[in-house]
Each structure stands twice: as C-alpha cells, then as structure tokens.
Design a protein around this ligand. Sequence first.
Ligand SMILES: *Cc1c(COP(=O)(O)O)cnc(C)c1O
Length: 242
Amino acid sequence: MEKFIPDENRLKSVSENYKAIKHRVEEAAIKAGRDPNDVRLMAVTKTVESVYINKAIEIGADLIGENRVQEYLGKKDELNLDGVEKHLIGHLQTNKVKQIVGEVDMIESVDSIKLAKEISRVSSNKGVTTDVLVEVNVGKEDSKSGIYIESLEELLCEIAELESIRINGLMTIPPICESEKEVYKYFETMYKSFIDIKDKKIDNVNMSILSMGMSGDFEAAVASGSNIVRVGSAIFGARKYF
Ligand SMILES: *Cc1c(COP(=O)(O)O)cnc(C)c1O
C-alpha cells in the first residue's frame, strides 16, 4: 500500500477553519444573549482521513461525530482521542448496534423503538448505559430518517421504560432551505418541542441537548437554541466520497 502523505495546505486550513468556526459559534451565541460555553462545536469527520481529524483535535476539537460504524471503527485507532467525546450521528441499523455500543459516548440518531430496544439489550449485555438523542425528521422528508414531531413524545416515553439507555435530548437535520427565514422556522419548531418536553418533566427523559446546525446554518441554529452544532465541510473542506 502507498504511504499516505498528508497535504500541508489542507492541514493548515483545517486548523484555521476550526478556529474561525469556533469563533463564529461564540459570536452567534453572544449575539443571541447566550453563554458561549453552552454551545459545543462538533467536528464532523465522515470521509476525513485521520491526520486531518488529529489536526482539529490538536487545535482544540473535543467532540467529534462520525456517520458510519464501519468507518469509525476503522479509523479510531489512528485518532488521538484522549479527552475527546465521540458521537455517532449517522443512521444506525439494528444489526450494527452490537459493534458500536461501548465505542462511542453518544448515539444521536435513535429514531425508532426497535433500534432503542436493541441498544438497550446490547448495552445491558455489555454492562454499560448508552447515552442517546432522539432524531427528529422536522421537515417530514422521505429521504431522511428521524421520527416526526407528532410521534416524538410517545417514542420518548417508550424509550424511557427501557434499561441501560439514557435519553439526553434531540437531534435534527432540517431540509435544505431556500431562505434563512425558512430554516429558522424548522429550528424554532425544534426548540419549542425541546422546551415543551423538558417542561413536562417526564421520568427518565432528560432534555439537556439540542443538536442542530451544520456548516451552512449553524449560526441560525445557535440563535434558535441549539447547544451542539455539527460542522463538517466548513472545517475539513468539501467531502470526497470513497
Ligand atoms: C455530514 C453531517 C453533518 C455536517 O455536515 P456539513 O454540512 O458538512 O457541516 C452534520 N450532521 C450530520 C448528521 C451529518 O451527516
């Protein structure tokens, strides 16, 4: 196999981009009258080679998100993950649950009772508790996974009954929007639902994390109450799929 030679310019731009995005997240929080420490920046690392991920970590990234179980498991030994929190953010098939439980700090993409039950079962067998977010399909798009908002509370209550799985909040990917106004509408719908459920104080339903906002819309998400923004291409550059 050919030795992989990192691109120095890309390493430099990863570090500059990370700092710039971090700064923009903080500015967006301040502008919204929020404490900048309440909003975490996740570096989304799908398709990105380990050297560039390690560069982001070196610069200060303390939260990374991967989409695919196989890809993450293949890369993790090359990553300097000391003190770094790892989240799975991509759609998870039930047959992959066994491989990922215990390997990440949170699964953000729980969208069915079937998946939650499997996470619960595997977690119990491994003697761990798995932290999760429930993914909401806020735009009701066929192309996206996630539960519709109308069915959210029922799903949360069902998951809350399961052992070895802990609900921490919600995640969403809104539709691609023509205008900023439109994306705000989706983010605000999510925030309202997040607060409504939090106020109901349902047993075992902890609503502390609202994960929304990506490269193109993280500032709007922060303005709307997000506390994890998941940014990939604005840090690492456009993705090349392999
Ligand atoms: C890829 C991805 C992101 C980041 O997308 P960018 O537009 O590159 O910032 C965020 N969240 C999820 C779930 C993703 O799959």
